[in-house]
Structure formats: C-alpha cells, structure tokens
Design a protein around this ligand. Structure first.
Ligand code: SF4
Ligand code: SF4
Length: 364
C-alpha cells in the first residue's frame, strides 16, 4: 500500500510478521525451511561448534534469512518440524523530530546480530573492533602483516553528474539526505525538488523527501528524471508504482544538462534533454541527447542519485595511485584480485549477513 500521509505510531497487530528468530537449541538443521521457501531467501550456514548426528537427522546448520528476498509468507515458520523458527511482532521506525518516515531497522531483542557474529568467529575469524584503517592502523601495515586484504567497505559516497551548476550547495548527493533521514538529523526540506536517476536509491530519496514535504508544506513537489525509458527502468516496478501513488512525477528518457542558478546565486531548477541513446556501439556508457527537446524543471533542490562509490581515502594517495580503477570502482579480475594481488574484493554476491563465511568457504 502506498503511503501518502504521515505515519502515526501504532503497535503491531498480534499477527504482524516482523523478523525471524530461531531457537538454536531446538533447531535440528533439517533445512525444511530452506526447501519450502519459494523466494530462495534462506541459506543454510554450517556452524562447526553445534552438535551433529546425521543418523538422527541432526545437522549443524542453521538458516540465515535474506530480507532482500523474503516476502514474509511465513511458510518456513509453519513447516518447521521443531517449532524453533518464529516471526516476531517487533518493528522499529527511525524518527525525524518525533515524526516517522518509512525506514525500518532490524530489532535485535534476542541477540540475532550476536549470533551472526558467533557464526563468523566460530570459523576462526578474529574480529578487531574499533579499528579505523588509515587512523588506528595503516593500509601499509595490513599489506605487510597479511597475505591478503579483502575490501568490503560498502559504497558511502554519492557520484556527481558534474553538469554545470552541480557544485551548488543546493545540489545534493542522494546518500547524504538519506543518511540524515535515517539518523534522524534535521535538514532543510526543499519545497520542490528534482531527482536525477532512475534506480531504487532515486525512488528511495524521492519518496522519503516527498513524505517530509507533505508533512512540512502540505503538498508534494517532487520530480524524478531518468536516462532510461520506462521499458528499461532500473528501479523496481513496485517502487515506481508506489512513488507515483504518492504523487511523485517520474520522467523517463531525460538526461541532465545543467542546474539553473539565478542572478542571486539561488538554485531554481534543472534543465534536461531527451535521451536518444545511452550506450555507444561498443556498449560503453555514452549518452546522446536531442538538443531540440529541452525541458526546465523548477526546483529549489537537485538530488543526484546516479550511483555510489566507496570512500577510499583510508587507502592513502600512494596506494590509490598504484591501483587500477574502473569508473571509481576498484578494478579486479574474476577471482576478485586487484592490480595489487594482495588486495581483493568479493566478486560474487552472497545474500544475507553470512556472506563473509560463504565467500571464505568458496575461495578457500
Ligand atoms: S525447518 Fe526448523 S528445524 Fe529445520 S532447519 Fe529450519 S528452523 Fe531448523
Ligand atoms: S517467510 Fe520469507 S524466508 Fe520464510 S518461506 Fe516465506 S519468503 Fe521464505
């Protein structure tokens, strides 16, 4: 259901399906839950420290749920022969000035996160907490002391379109207001905004700000402009549908040309051109535009949601210079090795919080 009005706090219904909890003492690792899951949201993770008796059907594996795939159908809970698996009714919204938006975080009333950490440490992995690379320990020390260093730091920084005017203070990278929203920090909500980008992050920031606009100004003035046509849109169809239901205008095949700044230095909008093609004949990203089809979208904030990149400053200038890069991403071979063979990043996507143990197993 699309949300077009401000949420109010209310307790979950008794049969609300929140997050999975599994009693490891009761669970026998039969993997029935995994087999019944039509969404392939469950992976069985081997935990060497747990008892195993294959003759009695007891295996030292436990289910890990991928919430990117789960649809909360509850089949896994219904079918669990030991009733070890259940769904909690807890849910948590992060707040902004005591008013709620749509962000959910995983509650941890029974120490679920601790269990994931226990899975990793039970395999012999030592976790060194509160250690910042580049401050508490240098990347050169890691290179010296270890055979391989795996980089799995996520993508924290937004990319810029670098169109004229994109250095204006009212041009924001989507990750920054999204982070502030999630952390409950205050910032000036634009009365009108244009988002550049057609992926789920673009929809996410557009919908988040639209709700805050509704709350603050009583109406929504939000436009999303994307390079792709609707047939090739990057965002999920459900996101597009719900964004429209919330009153967000979505324009396809529009490429950003420049941000409009008036004589007083105030940002007033974004100019876009119709997209003719996005890739050249070699498949490289090289958008071509129809200069005769120009539109100006009025806005007092422009948000760039065209992708993220890692904050590589902890690497230091010398290593950054030595490494090979591909459009801001560390270039690696099929095994995940960068141009410095000791420095790697995982190349296979492993869903769920146990990705590291599975990556370790596959690459061992
Ligand atoms: S069905 Fe139940 S007992 Fe079997 S692995 Fe899943 S949670 Fe454990
Ligand atoms: S609730 Fe989620 S994990 Fe369980 S069967 Fe349904 S989709 Fe799979």
């Amino acid at each position: 259901m699309a949300v077009s009005t401000v949420f109010t706090i209310s307790p979950a219904a008794a049969n609300y399906r929140g997050f999975h909890v599994n009693d490891w003492e009761l669970c026998i690792g039969c993997s029935t839950c995994q087999k019944v899951c039509d969404n392939a949201a469950i992976s069985m993770v081997k935990i060497p420290g747990l008892p195993e008796d294959p003759v009695k059907g007891i295996l030292n594996e436990r289910p890990a749920i991928d919430y990117g795939r789960c649809c909360w159908c509850g089949l896994c809970v219904d079918i669990c022969p030991t009733s070890s698996l259940s769904l909690t009714t807890e849910y948590v919204h992060t707040c902004h000035e005591d008013k709620l938006d749509s962000y959910f975080i995983l509650p941890d009333p029974k120490g679920i996160h601790d269990k994931h950490v226990a899975v990793i440490t039970s395999l012999g992995v030592k976790i060194q907490y509160n250690t910042r690379i580049g401050q508490d320990i240098s990347i050169a020390e890691l290179e010296r002391d270890y055979d391989a260093v795996v980089v799995a730091i996520g993508l924290q920084k937004g990319r810029s379109t670098r169109i004229p005017g994109s250095d204006h203070k009212q041009v924001k990278k989507a990750v920054n207001p999204l982070r502030k929203t999630t952390e409950g920090k205050t910032f000036n909500i634009p009365h009108s905004a244009v988002v550049i980008g057609g992926g789920n992050v673009a929809m996410d920031i557009a919908r988040s700000l639209a709700r805050l606009q509704k709350e603050q100004y009583g109406d929504i003035r939000m436009t999303v402009t994307a390079l792709e046509d609707f047939e090739h849109f990057l965002a999920d169809a459900e996101e597009i549908k719900e964004a429209r239901e919330e009153g967000i205008e979505i324009l396809d095949s529009r490429g950003p040309k420049q941000c409009v700044i008036d004589d007083n230095g105030r940002l007033t909008g974004l100019v876009t051109l119709r997209v003719v093609s996005i890739f050249d004949e070699d498949g490289r990203f090289a958008p071509r535009y129809d200069d005769s089809d120009e539109q100006t979208h009025g806005a007092d904030m422009v948000i760039e949601a065209i992708g993220q990149m890692a904050d590589i400053s902890p690497f230091g200038d010398e290593l950054i210079e030595r490494l090979e890069w591909n459009r801001g991403h560390l270039k690696v071979d099929q095994d995940g090795r960068s141009s410095e063979p000791w420095l790697c990043r995982p190349v296979t996507w492993y869903p769920g919080p146990t990705w590291f143990t599975r990556w370790l197993t596959d690459t061992a």
